[in-house]
Write a new protein. Sequence first.
Length: 89
Amino acid sequence: MEVTLNITKISITLKRRNKLRGFAEMILENSFIIKGIKIIESDKGYFIEMPSKKTANNKRINMVHPKNNETRLYIEDAILDKYEEEINK
């Protein structure tokens, strides 16, 4: 499956707190903004967490998320590439 999503812009805000390394803001199709994407470092490398909120029973649910794994990987790769650019400036 080919991902045809157009990521117009990615902005990174660096933060260092425990495993958190920063936040990403992404503009899709020059029309839709997603803020609060977390960049996390784990023992296996970096990954992203989509914006989420806690429910009344303390579970976290994603507010937005990709529909399939191919799209998730596409978004994650784009954000992590931009993150690498930022930390190597």
